[in-house]
Design a protein around this ligand. Structure first.
Ligand code: HEC
Length: 258
């Protein structure tokens, strides 16, 4: 998420951005290894040097550590969002699985929250003391993906720009009659954030969508056939924030692992 928005901000060419976003899941799926985003404070504690080799040995899954903000299937953050997985020395650390369909990532989440994983964390010693414990009971579980944008503004923008074609509001939720997928259905897809981040590059939107500083102007010989959708990067963030608050449609998919 953050990577894509930094790219927007840096005005990296649209095709490059779209191509990389499309290729990433393929690359990730090819190997079982996954990327883990680790804040410096946690990295410096030495805990991961202790638990990751044990996890990898047991599950034959390799883990590549990346910096916070880089693309990763699993992230750790102090205080959330995500699921609290251990506490120590100064924070309760939360894990967020961004791609639960990634086998390596799912396996790691399962292992870390299992009795064995928790015992491994608790057995990590520094100078005879064990700085990490199971998560403190007061740590809040918060699984939702959140975005920095203004969800309220995003709702307004959605109604105004996207509501022409998509069902975007809870109170109209069951009024969906067209062939255009509702935001609730899109929200239920595991890669919904990728789709929304790049919607302007996905058909049918390029013909009528302009993102300030990101998209090229419409070709002179092919002006937008409808009143164009014109958004800033801030608007995009607001849209993503709004969509992240929507309750996904229940498509009868099997439950993800806990
Ligand atoms: C003129 C009609 C129209 C407008 C306006 C419109 N969309 Fe769409 N959108 C569509 C249609 C039709 C599809 C389905 C395309 C398909 O199935 O190939 C779609 C699909 C999508 C998808 C899924 C794309 C994919 O490839 O996975 C996203 C995300 C999306 N729209 C977001 C938005 C957002 C955000 C806005 C408003 C800023 C918006 N759309 C405005 C018609 C529209």
């Amino acid at each position: 998420m953050r990577c894509a928005l930094t790219w927007f901000a840096a005005r990296v060419a649209l095709p490059a951005c779209a191509a990389i976003l499309i290729l990433l899941p393929l690359a990730a799926g090819a190997a079982e290894g996954f990327r883990l985003a680790v804040p410096a404070a946690l990295g410096d504690s030495g805990l991961l040097d202790y638990i990751l080799p044990r996890f990898s040995l047991k599950t034959r899954t390799s883990v590549a550590r990346v910096a916070p903000g880089d693309a990763a299937e699993v992230t750790f953050t102090a205080g959330g969002p995500g699921q609290p997985v251990f506490t120590g020395p100064d924070a309760t650390w939360h894990m967020r699985v961004r791609n639960p369909e990634h086998l390596g990532a799912a396996r790691f989440a399962e292992w870390l929250t299992s009795e064995i994983g928790q015992r491994t964390v608790a057995s990590y010693e520094v100078d005879g003391s064990t700085p990490f414990t199971p998560p403190r009971a007061d740590a809040k579980a918060e699984a939702a993906i959140t975005f920095e944008g203004d969800a309220r503004a995003g709702r307004k923008l959605s109604v105004e720009h996207c509501g022409r074609c998509h069902v975007v509001r809870q109170d109209r939720r069951f009024g969906d009659i067209g062939s255009t997928p509702s935001f609730f259905v899109l929200r239920s897809l595991s890669n919904w954030h990728e789709r929304f981040q790049t919607f302007y590059a996905r058909n049918p939107h390029p013909a009528f969508t302009q993102i300030d500083g990101v998209t090229d102007p419409f070709p002179v010989d092919r002006p937008s056939p409808i009143i164009p959708v014109e958004l800033s990067i801030e608007d995009m963030q607001a849209l993503l924030a709004y969509v992240s608050t929507l309750q996904p449609a229940d498509l009868g998919a099997p439950l993800q692992h806990q």
